[in-house]
Design a protein. Structure first.
Length: 211
């Protein structure tokens, strides 16, 4: 029996098969995810990530990240300390936050794998274009629970799955490293279960506050 890789529910069903890839859906949290045997290998993922051009000095990329940075900064206390979770090879968001007076730490399993960083607690955690890559989202969600201090913020950016009919043609699905697709319901369900407040859901940004 296959269980949900996020909430552990045992009733997941086949959602779609596209180009030989089997996607499952959880009826409880409504996460849609790639069948576990079809997950890409780490070296395959790294080859794909190395193709990304995430230049911290690129004005267009900074505007893209500001979709998350602007509403988050508006809610932070002066000098709040943050962690950029899954920062990638060019941590542009961390630089943007530090430019406005918010000290940042970095963590990434490939590019900044300092496990000591995960032992801390932070006023906020940012997670941009990461959730769709997670092979073990239940484990990473538990990490967010420990990383964000009470009253702190989790700020994530991922394109929400809102149109099932368009899924086979959806550009987001076609990236071979995108293996988890989140819905607004997914964030609401986790928040109710685990003591968060969903403050903002504006595709592709979600802001949650730890109660």
């Amino acid at each position: 029996m296959t269980v949900c890789c996020l909430c552990g529910h045992a009733g997941v069903t086949l959602f779609a098969t596209v180009e030989g890839r089997r996607y499952l859906r959880c009826p409880q949290c409504r996460l849609t995810f790639l069948s576990r045997p079809q997950l890409p290998a780490l070296d395959e993922e790294k080859r794909q990530y190395d193709l990304h051009e995430n230049d911290p000095d690129d004005p267009g990329y900074r505007r893209f990240l500001d979709q998350l940075a602007a509403p988050l900064k508006a809610r932070l206390a002066s000098g709040a300390r943050g962690l950029d979770f899954g920062c990638g090879p060019g941590p542009a968001l961390a630089r943007m936050m530090e430019e406005d007076g918010f000290p940042m730490r970095l963590w990434d399993p490939i590019y900044a794998a300092d496990e000591d960083v995960l032992a801390g607690r932070y006023d906020f955690v940012t997670c941009t274009e990461v959730l769709e890559h997670l092979h073990q989202p239940e484990r990473e969600w538990a990490r967010f629970q420990s990383l964000v201090a009470p009253g702190g913020w989790l700020a994530v950016m991922t394109r929400f799955l809102t149109d099932d009919g368009h899924f086979p043609r959806w550009h987001y699905r076609r990236d071979p490293t995108h293996v988890c697709f989140w819905q607004p319901h997914t964030f609401h369900w986790l928040a109710r279960r685990d003591g968060w407040q969903v403050v903002l859901l504006d595709n592709p940004v979600a802001l949650l506050r730890r109660l």
